[in-house]
Design a protein around this ligand. Structure first.
Ligand code: AMP
Length: 576
């Protein structure tokens, strides 16, 4: 983006946020006037397009409610069951692909969105596009063809497929397109790291869509740096990279470079990998990846590897809708707020009550709750996000809970709180992702003091014991290469206790009444969570969009972790 272009985009952000209310009404008006004649909306609006009628008659839905319509389109019925604009493709998300329609308008919005979220970043870090290249780890998934011949791909894959992206890729990124589309993610990752290292003097940012993928890259590098250095030294790609696209791309740029290989070898050969990203890519100005929500848990480890480089979470978006951008890219990951863009979708909000106000609350029905418009949300209040989009989603619950942290002009700014679903429950207590994350944060502080980092965790309810109990899987690593075997069991038992004490009121009451048994931490060996990621990727999840589950639901995934357990610890006493 040229300087005057990004300044123009910053002005556009001012305009959008100042006129947020009016733009929201226009967006809804346009969606309704285009789509009021579709089978879906006709059933509720009888051809009318008034906002009040929309709010009164159109139900709040989840993916399951819309799935029959989407399946009919995928199976060959015309898309005007759901939307008037023709569908150009279909987006997918998650291991079990959730398909959503993609239209020309969606693609246009994505392009505009990229410029909108990059402008504040350029304002703070200078014009990275002119300064050098991005070492961004990107992974496309193979497209699926629906019975009606529509192409369905993950949103990230669709972005990598755009002709505009393919044009700018060689100039702005270190990864050739063949490495992004390599069917084997490990070969793709190896080559992307190789290309990033070969061009290390040009790299001005390092990143990926989500923090977990950046860490995956660092861990992969820990296991492969000698081999990568050998390839750089000899100018020849390792034999196990059999993908022809990757091999061709490499043959175009690789030549023996022993000096560069020696430099990299010296950096990687040191005992501690603290600040390794900074050392390997000395001109990098920041690490770009989403570090909020479930990615929060990776911040400490990423900070260790990038020592002092800012972590920038530039945007908040999902496969179903584009939502907001971070106007303060320099702010600490834990304080990041996303300013909603009123032109991207029509946004509504369901107020969410605090679950653990010293009593077990009856949950209210969505039908009884009045939805709040974007400009009418209240600072400090939590809401569940509902979107209406130009691509056939009407009053669709995304499943995310957000808290209003303030306003920029008239557009609200939100902090990401959690995915909506309760992740652990033995009886009537409900433990959310945030509850768990808070308790883990308290407990892992005990490890930090002893030079260990909790690198990954997940959870499940063990139903084989009576009473049932919460199980946490922890992968732990020593800061200076010290080994988990040196972990004092007493500390782990204390961590169990600390977790229980830090969980919510209802949990503690049930625990004291022996409705829930003692919390257990199972320490798993290094690489277990990588094996888990490999499993989900093999089942169809895009590595670019992978988010480790906060709670394990599948038997197979459980087996992967359980087979790697090296220590089991239980809380020794009831929580206070
Ligand atoms: P997907 O549709 O697979 O790309 O996943 C979208 C989901 O990722 C969202 O609904 C959020 O739960 C999560 N997500 C996306 N962006 C962010 C962000 N900036 N902060 C926290 N969570 C995010």
């Amino acid at each position: 983006m040229a300087t005057n272009e990004y300044e123009g985009v910053l002005k556009k952000i001012e305009e959008l946020t100042t006129n947020a209310g009016q733009i929201q009404d226009e967006v809804l008006g346009e969606i309704l006037s285009r789509n009021a004649g579709t089978e879906y909306l006709r059933g509720f609006l009888h051809g009318q397009t008034e906002k009040q009628l929309f709010k009164k008659n159109v139900p709040i839905v989840t993916y399951e409610d819309l799935k029959p319509y989407i399946d009919r389109i995928a199976n060959g019925e015309t898309s005007d069951i759901l939307l008037a604009e023709p569908i150009t493709a279909s987006g997918t998300s998650g291991g079990q692909p959730k398909m959503t329609p993609v239209t020309a308008q969606v693609t246009k919005n994505c392009e505009l969105f990229r410029r909108l979220y990059e402008s504040p970043v350029i304002k703070h870090f200078g014009d990275i596009n002119q300064a050098g290249k991005r070492m961004e780890l990107m992974f496309a998934r193979p497209e699926i063809e629906t019975p009606s011949g529509l192409k369905a791909a993950s949103v990230s894959t669709s972005i990598y497929n755009e002709s505009n992206f393919r044009t700018i890729l060689p100039k702005l990124y270190t990864s050739p397109i063949e490495t992004i589309f390599c069917p084997d993610p490990n070969q793709g990752l190896y080559c992307q790291l190789l290309f990033g290292l070969i061009q290390r003097d040009e790299v001005v940012t390092v990143g990926s869509l989500f923090a977990s993928t950046v860490l995956r890259g660092v861990k992969f590098l820990e296991n492969h740096w000698q081999e990568l250095c050998y390839d750089i030294k000899t100018g020849r790609l390792s034999n196990w990279i059999t993908d022809l696209g990757c091999r061709n791309a490499a043959s175009l740029v690789m030549k023996p470079n022993p000096e560069q290989a020696d430099l990299i070898e010296n950096i990687c050969n040191c005992k501690s990998w603290e600040g390794i990203i900074r050392k390997l890519w000395p001109k990098a100005r920041y690490i770009g990846c989403v570090c909020t929500g479930v990615m929060r848990q990776y911040i400490a480890e990423l900070e260790f590897y990038c020592r002092g480089l800012p972590l920038v979470s530039a945007f908040y978006a999902c496969s179903e809708a584009i939502c907001g951008i971070n106007l303060e890219p320099l702010c600490k990951p834990c304080d990041v707020s996303y300013t909603f863009l009123p032109n991207m979708a029509y946004f509504e909000f369901i107020p969410v009550e605090n679950e653990h106000d010293e009593s077990i609350e009856m949950k209210r029905n969505d039908e009884d709750t009045e939805l709040v418009d974007l400009v009418n949300v209240k600072a400090g209040q939590c809401y569940e996000l509902v979107v209406t989009t130009c691509a056939g989603l009407y009053r669709y619950k995304v499943g995310d809970v957000l808290m209003v942290s303030g306003f920029y002009n008239n557009a609200p700014q939100f902090q990401f709180v959690e995915r909506k679903n309760v992740i652990l429950s033995v009886d009537q207590e409900k433990t959310s992702e945030t509850d768990l994350s808070k308790a883990v944060t308290e407990a892992k502080a005990l490890l930090d003091l002893l030079g260990f980092i909790l690198t990954e965790y997940t959870s499940y309810v063990d139903t084989s014991s009576a009473p049932r109990h919460y199980v946490l899987f922890w992968e732990i690593k020593g800061k200076e290469g010290n080994h988990c075997k040196e972990l004092d069991p007493k500390i782990m038992v204390e961590c169990c206790s600390k977790m229980e004490e830090s969980l919510h009121y209802t949990y503690k009451i049930y625990r004291k009444r022996n409705i829930i048994a003692a919390l257990e931490i199972r320490v798993v060996k290094q690489g277990s969570f990588e094996a888990l990621m490999d499993y989900f990727v093999s089942k169809g999840t895009s590595l670019s969009q992978y988010k480790k589950p906060s709670c394990i639901k599948s038997e197979e995934a459980l087996k992967i972790l359980d087979s790697r357990v090296i220590g089991k610890y239980f809380s020794p006493k009831l929580p206070l």
